[in-house]
Design a protein around this ligand. Structure first.
Ligand code: CTP
Length: 398
């Protein structure tokens, strides 16, 4: 299944490095050509000799060795995929921050191929907010994070953070990098993040949307072969994903205009943006001064982008909307599906823990226009994106 694929395996300092031996063996057995780059710290856990024996190639770890220089640029170009397994907390932080103090990091920064990482750490480290932020950053670079597993950890404790088993890693990369190009030739349009409506030059009406869900969907569609246009509101998220063209907007009007312009070419449109429903009737050119005890703002409805696109939808175009609700969730989601002429409506309930704005996880129910309805567990947003795209593909080729 991985016949002839060139895989550059990065091994970092973690107890789980012992699994990299099995991983190399399984990759080679599946037909891949494997080259290993390891960090200095990884050598405390597994020897270069074992890795070079199994990969049948010299293992690299130094940027400079006596009078020779390891060509990290060529290594990154040689590979069809760079797989970093195990990914330690330290290397994760360096990757997110763009640091380059060893060959593995230099190769990562210069790699032109897709990158997948399999983190491995103790549960407390895994749950630390900086780990979440760093992983989110990697996802925004277009890297794929192979989910960790629950189980016995190096600390002796039981919990989340265990590196995926070698078989699961091989299966994952085969599925996501080499087999599933089921959207090649398709064009996708995504809206993501919040929109801001100016009150005056310094204030606005906005919301807490981070844009993470939309960026994850864009990444997923691109990984499966689609050319993606992402229209992103003012979120902090930096999105640099291969095959994802990003247009930055601020207001609903700007998002509406950009979406309308790109919609006719799109086979798949996903409106995950949390669009402001109202804007001030007037925007003050000057900063509003604190003169009166009360201040009344008159608001007017913004354009409903999804509804407009639903009205313009042609045969063969697939339209997906999101509904964020905190009561009568099912009823409202179904009403939005129907009234906005969408094909799929993804419901987030504010009642669910770990769902909605700001979280790295989400819990969704997917409603389809033929009455199909499916509720999923709380999962990382990248996996939620996979579930959504699976339903899209299923409907597209039904
Ligand atoms: N949406 C949109 N343009 C708007 C408002 C919403 O395109 N002006 C889209 C969202 O991107 C989402 C869907 O419509 O895909 C539903 O958004 P939501 O805010 O839940 O629904 P609203 O129609 O705004 O209804 P309400 O806020 O009253 O629940």
């Amino acid at each position: 299944m991985l016949e002839g694929k060139k895989i550059l395996l990065g091994v970092t300092g973690s107890i789980a490095a012992y699994k990299s031996l099995l991983l190399v063996r399984q990759l080679v057995r599946a037909g891949a050509e494997v080259r290993v780059v390891m960090t200095q710290a990884a050598k405390d856990f597994v020897t270069p000799l074992s890795l070079s024996t199994l990969s049948r190639k010299p293992v690299l770890s130094e940027l400079f060795q006596e009078d020779s220089w390891a060509n990290h640029v060529m290594l990154g170009r040689w590979a069809d995929l760079m797989l970093i397994a195990p990914l330690s907390c330290n290397t994760l932080g360096k990757m997110a921050g763009g640091l380059c103090d060893n060959l593995l990091l230099a190769t990562y920064l210069s790699a032109t191929c897709p990158v997948a990482v399999a983190p491995a750490m103790d549960e407390d480290m895994w749950k630390h907010p900086s780990t979440g932020n760093n992983l989110q950053k990697l996802i925004s670079f277009g890297n794929r994070v192979i989910p960790v597993q629950k189980g016995e950890l190096a600390s002796g404790l039981y919990g989340e953070g265990r590196m995926a088993e070698p078989e699961a890693i091989v299966e994952y990369i085969d599925k996501w990098f080499f087999s599933r190009k089921d959207l090649s030739g398709k064009k996708a349009l995504i809206t993501a993040g919040p929109t801001y409506e100016a009150i005056d030059p310094v204030r606005f009406i906005g919301n807490h949307s981070s844009g993470k869900m939309g960026a994850a969907i864009a990444g997923e569609l691109a990984a499966r072969g689609a050319e993606v246009e992402l229209i992103m509101g003012p979120s902090q998220l930096q999105v640099e994903i291969p095959h994802v063209q990003v247009t930055r907007v601020v207001s609903t009007r700007q998002m509406y205009e950009a979406a309308l312009q790109k919609f006719p070419q799109a086979d798949i449109t996903v409106m995950s943006a949390a669009v402001a429903d109202y804007r001030p009737v007037e925007t003050s050119g000057d900063k509003i001064k604190k003169t009166d005890a009360t201040l009344t703002l008159q608001l007017t409805r913004t354009e409903d982008i999804l509804r407009t696109l639903g009205g313009q939808k042609k045969k063969g175009q697939l339209l997906v909307g999101f509904a964020l609700e905190n009561k009568q969730e099912r009823e409202y989601a179904l009403e939005k599906l129907r009234s906005k002429n969408a094909d799929i409506m993804v419901l987030n309930s504010l009642q669910d823990e770990g769902a909605g704005f700001g979280h790295d996880t989400n819990k969704i129910t997917i409603f389809e226009k033929d009455g199909t309805e499916q509720t999923y567990q709380t999962k990382p947003k990248q996996q939620v994106a996979q579930d959504i795209v699976d339903r899209i593909v299923n409907m597209l080729y039904a």
